[in-house]
Design a protein around this ligand. Structure first.
Ligand SMILES: [Zn+2]
Length: 88
């Protein structure tokens, strides 16, 4: 079988490069916010989910013209997104 001798690293490198560049769905609108709004929402992210549910943050973003899903916000708060990779 010739397939086993083929070097596939060019393809695997593509996957890695694309993954690194793909932003978190929260990161993009976050970068578009004013400094004051960003500080405010970062504080909301850090607040207990019972006090500030992700749905409330979703509406907050929507009021500023950003469509961010409840799910993306929840993942971001739990650190299950690209932002967490950058931070750690
Ligand atoms: Zn994120």
């Amino acid at each position: 079988m010739a397939a086993s001798t083929v070097d596939l690293s060019e393809f695997t490198e593509m996957i890695g490069a694309r993954d690194q560049r793909r932003p978190c769905k929260v990161a993009e609108p976050l970068a578009a916010l004013s400094e004051g709004d960003r500080v405010k929402v970062e504080a909301a992210f850090a607040t207990d989910i019972v006090v500030i549910p992700s749905g409330a943050i979703e509406k907050w973003f929507a009021a500023r013209g950003h469509s961010v899903s409840n799910q993306a916000i929840a993942q971001h708060r739990k650190g299950r997104c690209r932002c967490a990779d950058v931070r750690s």
